[in-house]
Design a protein around this ligand. Structure first.
Ligand code: IVH
Length: 697
């Protein structure tokens, strides 16, 4: 059972006064120590809460030193709330589980503005026509924390945990310089605010996160995915001394004080600041729903410029009595709602541009960026697509650029900030040579945006080709990832994808290398061997013919049925295939006519890779669909209309939009309408999905 901790009851050991405090002592020294402490506290508040330092670093350090010296000479003067006592106590093995005085609730959230309207409607209905206002905060993406103060001193800090109980991490929280160990005296309605609970978010700033991860990377340590994870990990460190190296921040957003009625969210934020807490930034009173939407709009983009991560905004009913009236349902208060932003954009400095040569020889300019957080992960590279793209956007080295990400695609540079362009920014001259050791010329063809390296033995291309071959969606060779491929290409073990299947012949040499244990090598050989079982479509896709993706590989395999037929096909044969355009057809023909590629295909054949499609080749199959015109109408039982269309076309049929005398078949499903009537009128044969399948079986 967790220790019960009632809201304003017991005091924790850390708040007890020093055992020596009662001893007689020259009052002047004690006073002096207290004066120094008060100066440090004021300086902390000015620095962390008001962002307006009143002491220079040097003055601050001097006062701190003086206090430390005094306490060292007179340990009986030390008080638990002295700023010198932030890092105290031994490392803990396990954190004590503590029950929250009031559950720490979750928020209902949405990415949808309509839901915000609904939330407002519910509030309005429940408050039965009484006027109300909103308070909007940014939603900090960190770790929620409850801080209990007794007699004005920090007594207990508890993580949110499951909302009912959390971990006592007081020792760790004490080390954070912006969290007051003793608060400023504040009175409200004649009562001093001394016993209270503060809630807020502990978070880490973006640049601190990036720096710490860089240090970890340099030390070969595991990287944190985002500042929230790093914050959570830091708070759970068992030795408080280690926290000092990990700067965490607090944004307070809630206050419950014993014996004091705090009228509103606005007032609690004001009191929190007076007490000496840094509160959530940019919060605002929003008297109407329009004001709420204006707040959401304003921060939708501006949040990219904030030095910390926010994932949305929290909309709260401002009045405390109204909050109580609205209450909560389960874990969710009815007076608060979170609106979340989609994470997509970030700003950072473009340090330089380099070329990356892909497996097909395309030279893609890549932005070398000052590391920045984007949608939760650190980005230091982004694509610039091609030379035209860079010229069009007028992006120069040294610029502050915008980086964007949609879904899980590769991030791209989408523009620059003109006001932040430094005088020394420089235009990017697209190199004329491949960056690999062979420095072959890069060529650009009329009408194409890309530059190419046409030297097939270019190590960057070789690397790309082998990586592609081994990739999960191709031959899926476990253990043949980017790093290994890099190493094996560099050592000259791999020049073509066929070499992968001869790698076991190099077993002895491999084992002589660093980090190549026998077990690892044998596992890799086994994975390579079993990749011989992959179907022909995967082989075709894995060979990396330009413009031949997974879908096109399937179409080719189904249509031609064997490698032999592909080798003897002409460009015209490829153009005939439904789903293959002119450009792709040309690229496929060029690839199969290249003697090096023909030799590679023969090599793969000898090795034992699959050279035949398992199903029947469509080109061989003459079905009743061939040459016929179909019209599709209604909802089919298992196929989407597009899928049916695709199927018909692949078997050489045509699909028209309207029924006429020329229509051979109407493929009809549920709720077929006027087209079905028309077919019946004209006497066109009507078939269902099952009959279509029977035609091609
Ligand atoms: S108010 C009942 N304000 O969001 C009110 N929460 O999904 C609950 N959070 O656990 C909290 N910034 O960790 C509030 N300005 C803010 C916030 C905030 C971040 C977090 C908090 C809470 C979670 C709820």
């Amino acid at each position: 059972m967790p220790d019960q901790h009632d809201l304003f009851g017991q005091s924790s050991p850390s708040a007890e006064s020093s055992p020596n405090a009662a001893e007689p002592h020259p009052i002047s020294l004690r006073d002096h120590a207290e004066r120094l402490r008060s100066q440090i506290r004021q300086a902390d508040v000015a620095y962390y809460v008001e962002a307006a330092p009143i002491l220079t670093d040097r003055e601050y350090d001097r006062i701190f030193e003086e206090l430390s010296d005094l306490e060292r000479q007179h340990p009986e003067l030390i008080t638990p709330d002295s700023p010198t006592q932030r890092v105290s106590g031994e490392a803990v093995k396990e954190f004590r589980n503590v029950q929250h005085a009031q559950p720490m609730l979750s928020l209902q959230n949405t990415y949808n503005r309509e839901d915000v309207n609904d939330f407002d409607r519910r509030v309005r209905e429940m408050l039965e026509g009484k006027p109300y206002e909103y308070w909007c905060d940014l939603k900090y993406d960190g770790v929620a924390m409850s801080l209990r103060y007794e007699d004005g001193a920090l007594a207990l800090a508890v993580t949110r945990g499951d909302g009912i109980t959390g971990d006592d991490i007081t020792q760790n929280i004490r080390t954070l310089p912006m969290i007051p160990l003793r608060v400023n005296p504040v009175t409200l309605g004649g009562v001093e605010v001394r016993n209270f609970e503060v809630r807020g978010e502990i978070f880490m700033k973006n640049d601190d996160f990036v720096r710490i991860n860089e240090e970890r990377e340099a030390a070969g340590e595991k990287l944190y995915a985002n500042p929230r994870n790093l914050t959570a990990g830091t708070l759970k460190l068992q030795d408080p001394r280690e926290l000092v190296k990990r700067p965490l921040q607090l944004a307070a957003y809630f206050l419950a004080a014993e014996g004091v009625a705090v009228a509103s969210q606005a007032e609690s934020m004001r009191i929190l600041r007076e007490l000496g807490f840094p509160t959530a930034l940019h919060s605002r009173l929003c008297p109407t729903l329009e004001d709420v939407f204006a707040f959401l709009d304003e921060w939708e983009n501006r949040r990219e410029t904030l030095p910390f991560q926010t994932d949305g905004a929290v909309i709260k009913v401002n009045s405390t009595p109204q909050q109580a009236e609205l209450g909560a349902v389960g874990r969710f208060p009815r007076w608060a709602f979170a609106y979340k932003y989609e994470a997509k954009k970030a700003q950072t400095r473009l340090k330089g541009i380099f070329l990356q040569i892909g497996r097909t020889g395309v030279a893609t300019p890549v932005a070398d960026l000052e590391p920045v957080l984007l949608a939760g992960s650190t980005i230091s590279r982004a694509t610039l697509h091609n030379a035209d793209y860079i010229a069009e956007l007028d992006i120069r080295t040294g610029d502050t650029v915008m980086v964007e990400k949609g879904g899980d695609v590769i991030p791209k540079v989408s523009g620059f900030v003109p006001e932040l362009r430094p005088p020394e920014s420089s235009l990017f001259a697209f190199p004329h040579e491949c960056p690999c050791a062979f420095k072959q010329p890069l060529k650009r063809y009329d009408g194409e945006a890309a530059y190419y390296c046409e030297f097939a033995a270019c190590p960057s291309q070789v690397r790309g080709r082998i990586e592609h071959w081994a990739a999960r969606n191709a031959m899926d060779i476990e253990g043949l990832g980017e790093k290994i491929v890099d190493q094996l290409v560099e050592l000259g073990f791999l020049r073509t994808i066929a070499d992968v299947y001869r790698l076991h012949e190099q077993r002895e040499q491999l084992l002589a290398l660093d980090r190549w244990a026998a077990k690892r090598a044998d596992n890799l050989f086994a994975a390579i061997e079993s990749s011989k079982e992959r179907p022909f479509t995967k082989v075709l896709f894995g060979m990396g013919v330009r413009f031949v993706g997974e879908e096109t590989a399937k179409i080719l395999a189904e249509h031609f049925g064997s490698m032999e037929r592909l080798l003897s096909a002409t460009k015209d044969d490829f153009v005939q295939v439904f789903g293959i355009g002119e450009r792709t057809a040309t690229a496929i023909a060029v690839w199969f006519q290249n003697p090096d590629n023909q030799a590679l295909v023969r090599d793969l054949e000898r090795i034992g890779l699959k050279m035949h499609h398992e199903g029947r080749a469509l080109a061989d199959a003459v079905t009743p669909v061939q040459g016929k015109t179909f019209v599709i109408t209604g909802t089919l039982p298992t196929m989407k209309r597009d899928e049916a269309k695709d199927l018909i076309q692949r078997y050489g049929g045509k699909v028209a939009g309207a029924v006429s005398k020329k229509t051979d078949f109407v493929l009809a499903g549920e709720e077929a309408g006027s087209k079905l009537e028309k077919a019946q009128e004209l006497g066109v044969k009507v078939i269902n999905e099952e009959e279509l399948r029977a035609m091609i079986a």
